[in-house]
Design a protein around this ligand. Structure first.
Ligand code: X2X
Length: 338
């Protein structure tokens, strides 16, 4: 009873102050306000889970760190945003290992064509030695990668003019590929005519006919509405792709240790949820895309892989990546890649 009265009295007594404090907390800018840029639509699982993670980070740092997410390349295309990340104009950025290879050449190792047969081997590799190798390469270039890579998915080829059934159908095919030498060489070896275009410009490039096709996981064909400008899709699963979560080093080190821990803990924990969502979406969205008018083909991936072998793709990249990276990849993929 006494307790209740005391507490009640106290609450009444401090009511005005408490209200003032609450208002103050709301109105006050966070101690640290950071930007997180990415190239995906707000509806993609990456952004949905990232928004949950940043809300959690705000809460667990008692409002000290506010991370504002900028989806859809709002702050610039990937090439521009990578330089902003390096200069510190942007504090966080999620980027494909292959695009990152424009700065960190061997980060692309996880994107070698047809290396991973399934998600199980992908996550074992990226949470294991291959991922650790890539993160070390990234750190050596002065960026801070979070431990867990987020999922983009296995990539499929879409086209506007014709269905792709065999590697022959790729001969002379004008296809958009993201910035990154591995992509360009892969599609050149397949006999097509790749054009390097940032994701921010892909929808326009397809709708104006600058290119006839592109390649991306189905979750992106859906969330970026590529079905509006692409008619066909070939399930090639020609490479797995993910998003390293990267921080500018100075911005990262400016955060007190306890805040850094909260950020890393949450971005890594939400990676697991995002991986599950994206894998599920990539599996189920085909039906939705068919409903929206896309037609699908299921070519034999081995045929495409053989063209890459015969064209010296693996031999060339084994030499470029070097023994250490290549051995790590073969070990992770449990395969002799040539
Ligand atoms: O640019 C692409 O195609 C995308 C969205 O998949 C990447 O970020 C690599």
């Amino acid at each position: 009873m006494t307790m209740t009265i005391n507490r009640r009295t106290m609450l009444i007594g401090t009511g005005a102050i408490a209200l003032g404090a609450a208002f103050h907390t709301k109105a006050r800018a966070a101690e640290y306000t950071y930007k997180f840029a990415n190239n995906l639509q707000a509806s993609h699982p990456l952004n949905i889970r990232l928004n949950e993670a940043t809300a959690k980070i705000l809460e667990e740092t008692s409002g000290r760190l506010q991370i504002n997410v900028f989806p859809s390349s709002q702050l610039g295309n990937d090439t521009e945003t990578l330089s902003q990340l390096r200069s510190g104009a942007v504090e966080f950025f999620s980027l494909s290992p292959l695009i990152l290879s424009t700065l960190v050449p061997n980060a692309a190792i996880s994107g070698v064509g047809f290396a991973f047969p399934d998600y199980k081997s992908v996550w074992a590799a990226m949470d294991g030695e291959l991922g650790a190798y890539a993160r070390k390469q990234i750190e050596d270039k002065g960026l801070v990668p979070m431990d867990k890579i987020w999922d983009n998915g296995f990539r499929q080829i879409t086209s506007g003019s014709k269905p792709i059934n065999t590697p022959d159908d790729l001969k002379g095919f004008k296809i958009r590929t993201p910035p990154g030498q591995l992509w360009t060489t892969m599609f050149q070896t397949l006999g097509s005519a790749p054009a390097t275009i940032n994701f921010a410009e892909v929808y326009t490039a397809l709708s104006t006919g600058q290119v006839d096709g592109q390649e991306n996981p189905l979750a992106i064909a859906s969330t970026a509405k590529l079905y509006e400008v692409q008619k066909h899709c070939a399930i090639t699963n020609h490479m797995w792709d993910g998003f390293w979560f990267l921080a500018n080093k100075r911005a990262w080190e400016n955060l007190p240790e306890d805040i850094r821990e909260v950020v890393a803990k949450n971005l890594n924990a939400y990676a697991d949820l995002q991986r599950a969502d994206t894998e599920e979406l990539n599996k189920t969205v085909r039906t939705e895309l068919e409903g929206l008018g896309m037609t699908f083909t299921d070519p034999d991936p081995q045929a495409f892989r053989q063209v890459l072998i015969d064209g010296g793709f693996y031999a060339q990249w084994k030499e470029k990546f070097g023994e250490e990276a290549w051995t790590a990849l073969e070990k992770a993929a449990n395969a002799d890649l040539g």
